[in-house]
Design a protein around this ligand. Structure first.
Ligand SMILES: *Cc1c(COP(=O)(O)O)cnc(C)c1O
Length: 427
C-alpha cells in the first residue's frame, strides 16, 4: 500500500479485508483477547510472538489506523495515543529521561511548551529553546553532551513559523540524535518531514486528521532511519537489555524499523496507559478517508481570507506562510509547495480591545479552543491557550496580545470573507 499515492492511502491504507470480511475497519470494542493455553499467552508477554492480549498495549482497530498514518508519512511503524500531548510526551520520553537534555524550537504549541518547560523539567529532562530561524551557529550552541533529541513543528501552532527541517535535521544528526517533528498542521498531505531528514513524526490527530472535531487523539510515526546502535551510548533504553521485558534489547530484536515504537508501546503505553479508544480510532479513520480532499480546501480558503485581511486598514499584520510576502513564504514553498494549512493569524491596529470586539461580531466563525476543524473557528491565544505564559514567553512563542488565530474550515470562501467583513465593520 505504501507505493500508492497519498490520496489512495488516505482512502484505503492500513486495512485490507480478506474474503467475506468487513469492508470498513471493524471497531474491536474489546479490552482483552482469548488464548487456548497459558504458554501461548506467555509468548506474547515475552514479546516472543506478536498478537493481541490487552487493549492498553495494542488493539486491531488502532493498529490499522496507525498503519495508515505510517504509510502516509512514509514510516516503518506507528502507534496511536489518546491525545497529541501524549504523543509528544511519549516521543521525547522514549529517548530522553532524567539527566538528559533536548533542543526544541521556541515557537511550538503552548501545551507542548508547558509539557517540556514545566512538567518534563520536573521529571529531570532539560530543554533549550531556540528560535526556529536561528543561525546554524546558534543552533549548534544549544547542544550539550547529554542532548538526546531535537524537536520542532512543521508549521507552529499558532505562531505559523515554518521549520527549516533540513537545517534542524542536519544539526541533530551531526550530534548523533534524532529530529522529532510535530506534523499536525501540515499533515502528510502537504509535507512529509521524513523526506527532509526528520526521524520521528508526531501528530495531534485531533486536528486535520480527524477534521470534524469528533475525537481527541495522537499518533507517533517512526521513519526507521535513525541508527540507534551507531549511537548506542546515547540511547541505552534502545540498545541495552530491558529488565522489565526479560532482557530484550529493542534495537537488536526489532531492528531500526521497529525498535522505537515497540519500546514506546511496551514500556510507556504499558506504564502510562494513554491509549486511544478503538471507537475514536474508527472516527479518526473516517476523517483520514477525506484528508486529501479537505486539506486543499482549507488552504484555498485560508489564502483567500489572508489576502482579504491584508487589504484591511484595521489589520496591523497578517501571518500566513502561504501568503506571498510572508516571512516564511520561501520556506513554505520549499517544504509545502501544494499548500500549508488552514490557519491564519492576524493583529489589529486597535490592539487587544479591537481583537475582542471583532471576535464578538463573527457569526460563522465560532470562538473555540480548537483549530483544523471542517467548521471555521477563531481564538484569542493570549487569553486562552497561552494564558499561562508571561509577556516575554508569549513574545518568544511569536504571540502578541492582539493576535487572533482564525482556523478556516471548508465552507465557501466568500461566506467566510463576508463574515469577516461585517465583523471588521464593528471594530
Ligand atoms: C493541538 C496540538 C497538540 C496537542 O494535541 P491534543 O490532541 O490537543 O492533545 C500538539 N501539537 C500541536 C501542533 C497541536 O496543534
Amino acid at each position: 500500500m505504501s507505493d500508492y499515492r497519498p490520496e489512495t492511502i488516505c482512502v484505503q491504507g492500513g486495512y485490507t479485508p480478506g474474503n467475506g470480511e468487513p469492508r470498513q475497519i471493524p471497531i474491536i470494542q474489546s479490552t482483552t483477547f482469548k488464548y487456548a493455553t497459558s504458554e501461548d499467552m506467555g509468548k506474547l508477554f515475552d514479546l516472543e510472538a506478536s498478537g493481541y492480549f490487552y487493549t492498553r498495549l495494542q488493539n486491531p482497530t488502532n493498529d490499522a489506523v496507525a498503519a495508515k498514518i505510517s504509510q502516509l508519512e512514509g514510516g516503518t511503524a506507528a502507534m496511536l495515543t489518546s491525545s497529541g500531548q501524549a504523543a509528544n510526551f511519549y516521543a521525547v520520553f522514549n529517548i530522553a529521561g532524567c539527566g538528559d537534555h533536548v533542543v526544541a524550537s521556541s515557537t511550538i504549541y503552548g501545551g507542548t511548551y508547558n509539557l517540556f518547560h514545566v512538567t518534563m523539567k520536573r521529571m529531570g529532562v532539560e530543554f533549550t529553546f531556540v528560535e526556529p530561524d536561528c543561525s546554524e551557529e546558534e543552533l549548534e550552541a544549544a547542544f550539550r553532551p547529554n542532548t538526546k533529541a531535537v524537536f520542532g513543528e512543521t508549521i507552529a501552532n499558532p505562531a505559523l513559523t515554518v521549520l527549516d527541517i533540513e537545517k534542524f535535521a542536519h544539526a541533530a544528526h551531526a550530534h548523533g540524535v534524532p529530529l522529532i517533528v510535530d506534523n499536525t498542521f501540515a499533515t502528510p498531505v502537504n509535507c512529509r518531514p521524513f523526506d527532509w531528514g526528520a526521524d520521528i513524526v508526531t501528530h495531534s490527530t485531533t486536528k486535520y486528521m480527524d477534521g470534524h472535531g469528533a475525537g481527541v487523539g495522537g499518533c507517533i510515526v517512526d521513519s526507521g532511519k535513525f541508527d540507534w546502535l551507531a549511537h548506542a551510548d546515547k540511547f541505552p533504553g534502545l540498545t541495552t537489555p530491558d529488565e522489565s521485558y526479560h532482557g530484550i534489547t529493542y534495537a537488536e530484536k526489532f531492528g531500526l524499523g521497529g525498535a522505537f515504537i515497540t519500546k514506546c508501546t511496551a514500556q510507556l503505553m504499558r506504564d502510562f496507559g494513554s491509549i486511544q479508544s478503538p471507537q475514536n480510532a474508527f472516527l479518526l479513520n473516517l476523517g483520514l478517508e477525506s484528508l486529501h480532499v479537505r486539506m486543499p480546501r482549507h488552504c484555498e480558503n485560508a489564502l483567500a481570507v489572508a489576502r482579504y485581511l491584508k487589504e484591511s486598514p484595521k489589520i496591523s499584520f497578517v501571518t500566513y506562510p502561504g501568503l506571498e510576502g510572508d516571512r516564511y513564504y520561501a520556506l513554505a514553498q520549499k517544504y509545502m509547495p501544494h499548500g500549508t494549512c488552514g490557519v491564519v493569524s492576524f493583529g489589529f491596529r486597535g490592539g487587544r480591545m479591537a481583537a475582542e470586539t471583532f471576535m464578538k461580531h463573527l457569526k460563522l466563525a465560532a470562538i473555540e479552543t480548537h483549530v483544523a476543524d471542517a467548521r471555521t473557528c477563531v481564538l484569542h491565544p493570549a487569553s486562552a491557550t497561552h494564558r499561562q505564559m508571561n509577556d516575554q514567553e508569549l513574545a518568544a512563542a511569536g504571540i502578541t496580545p492582539d493576535l487572533v488565530r482564525l482556523s478556516c474550515g471548508i465552507e465557501h470562501a466568500d461566506d467566510l470573507i463576508e463574515d469577516i467583513r461585517q465583523a471588521l465593520e464593528a471594530v
